[in-house]
Ligand binder design. Structure first.
Ligand code: ATP
Ligand code: MG
Length: 280
């Protein structure tokens, strides 16, 4: 009779980032299995510890942070985008303006605070407001981006966290009408090159409400979503020009670049340090 790894053995190997094909191995008896487990556990614990040591003694910054730096450097030094820093606490009114009202699927995912305020589930409301105001004052193209925490109540799983980091770029009045999708594709390709992620696809989706959108996808995982205008929501913000925007999920990017199976390894955590498990 063949033996499989026990639940706790599997769990421990998963914690230590074992390759998934290893988890379903079959053994001729329990002693062979336990011997295999023990050897693997020692080997993976050692690799895990070495990863922590190499972070502390050499790299000093986790992948999540270097990915953000790569994007910021590309945007500010190559693309002349300006970084903005806006409030994490936003008003119910700002969400309503995004038509995130009672019927919208995102509404049930919002973390509400006292006084009709919430933790922002996205950066778009603040960026809409800023780019509209900047354009009114300056009457010239506006290229801005923000990188920061967003919050959504999620049913967890390997791809979602309740708090994650979005980097959202927007460009207003910089592309002639009809050229928006091409500009989006160009920004998407250049961003991925800046981060050194080479294996990905661009997927165009057409929705009745939002028109055409562009997703960046790798290994079936959505890494970023892009959209463009003129858009039915624009008038609420006093925006009447063409625009393009992309929101990148930085943890998803770190997950794919680092080859991790679970987003929790690379997100805000007390259990993991740059993908390595702490209680080894
Ligand atoms: P999904 O369909 O995968 O839940 P989404 O389409 O709702 O994502 P967007 O609103 O398009 O997400 O947000 C832009 C990007 O932010 C996504 O492409 C993804 O990379 C990231 N993202 C969204 N929600 C989460 C989450 N809960 N945890 C981690 N990253 C997220
Ligand atoms: Mg999306």
């Amino acid at each position: 009779m063949s033996e499989l790894l026990t639940v706790s053995q599997r769990q421990r190997l998963v914690e230590l980032s074992a390759p998934i094909d290893l988890l379903d191995l079959e053994f001729s008896d329990k002693s062979e299995r336990d011997q295999f487990y023990k050897a693997k556990e020692v080997e993976l614990s050692k690799a895990n510890k070495e990863k922590i040591i190499s972070l502390l003694s050499g790299e000093h910054r986790p992948l999540l942070c270097t990915i953000e730096s790569d994007l910021v450097k590309w945007l500010t030094e190559k693309e002349a985008f300006t970084q903005v820093v806006t409030p994490i606490i936003i008003s119910e009114k700002a969400l309503d303006k995004m038509t995130i009202t009672a019927e919208h699927p995102l509404t049930s995912q919002v973390f509400w605070l006292e006084g009709k305020k919430c933790l922002r589930p996205m950066l778009a409301p603040n960026l809409y407001e800023l780019m509209g105001d900047m354009h009114r004052v300056l009457r010239q193209p506006v290229k801005i981006f923000e990188s920061g925490p967003c919050f959504r109540k999620e049913t967890q799983g390997a791809l979602h966290m309740n708090e994650f980091t979005m980097l959202n770029l927007v460009e207003l009045a910089a592309t002639p009408e009809g050229g928006q999708m091409e500009r989006l594709k160009q920004l998407a390709h250049d961003a991925m090159a800046a981060m050194g992620i080479l294996n990905y696809e661009l997927e165009i989706t057409t929705s009745e409400v939002y028109g055409k959108t562009l997703d960046i996808v790798a290994d079936g995982i959505e890494l970023a979503s892009g959209a463009f205008g003129p858009h039915p929501l624009d008038a609420k913000w006093g925006i009447f020009d063409t625009w393009v925007g992309i929101g990148f999920g930085l943890e998803r990017l770190a997950m794919v670049k680092g080859g991790y199976q679970n987003i929790k390894r690379v997100g805000r955590s007390l259990a993991y340090l740059d993908g390595a498990r702490l209680n080894v």
